[in-house]
Design a protein around this ligand. Structure first.
Ligand code: S3P
Length: 191
């Protein structure tokens, strides 16, 4: 698989795209929207791609009607559809790192940023609506904690760096993302 960065005329390693990974409630979609506005790069959301492909059905209904394995297949297809694209801000679903092939694809896309937050903060944010089918359990908090425990090593193995979003505005997080990208892939985003 082609490595993420590609050298520019001055030999700098620039990232083709910015990819946000991390758990539900970390702020991936909101921060991606802001990054897209600031950079002028097109925003893509893997959950949105799957929803559109499935006729606009909410994710919870896709899970209920077709099951999680079906959703994961479509999520991988969403990621695959982005190969060879550049200047994208990609927001992903929290479980996209579960498949090893997805983790490779994420890295191949560009700079991968792990948005994370404290457990209490994540739980408070995800409790604002019922959109997350994996949390439709008897004890959603325990489920969230278990997902975080199981997935943290996967996010870590995939990301170039992490940003804790716990007590920051979307703009503050977006700024940190751009600063981090500039350190690792200088000249990627010129704004
Ligand atoms: C999921 C996270 C959701 C969505 C689906 C499964 C997960 O996306 O893809 O409900 O496995 O963590 P967000 O991370 O945007 O909530």
């Amino acid at each position: 698989m082609r490595p993420a960065p590609s050298p520019d005329a001055e030999g700098r390693q620039r990232a083709a795209n910015l990819v946000l990974i991390g758990p539900m409630g970390a702020g991936k979609s909101s921060v991606a929207r802001l990054l897209s506005t600031w950079t002028g790069w097109r925003g893509v959301d893997t959950d949105g791609w799957v929803r559109r492909e499935q006729g606009g059905l909410p994710i919870a209904e896709i899970f209920a009607a077709r099951g999680e394995a079906f959703f994961r297949d479509r999520e991988s297809a969403a990621l695959d559809s982005l190969r060879h694209r550049h200047r994208l801000i990609v927001a992903t679903g929290g479980g996209i790192v579960l498949r090893p092939e997805n983790r490779e694809r994420l890295r191949a896309l560009g700079a991968v940023i792990w948005l994370t937050a404290e457990e209490d903060v994540l739980f408070e944010r995800v409790s604002r609506n019922q959109r997350r089918p994996l949390l439709h359990t008897a004890d959603p908090r325990a489920t969230l904690v278990e997902l975080l425990r199981a997935r943290a090593p996967l996010y870590r193995s995939c990301a170039h760096f992490a940003v804790d979003t716990s007590r920051k505005t979307h703009a503050g997080v977006a700024r940190e993302v751009l600063d981090g990208v500039e350190k690792i892939f200088p000249g990627t985003v010129v704004n």
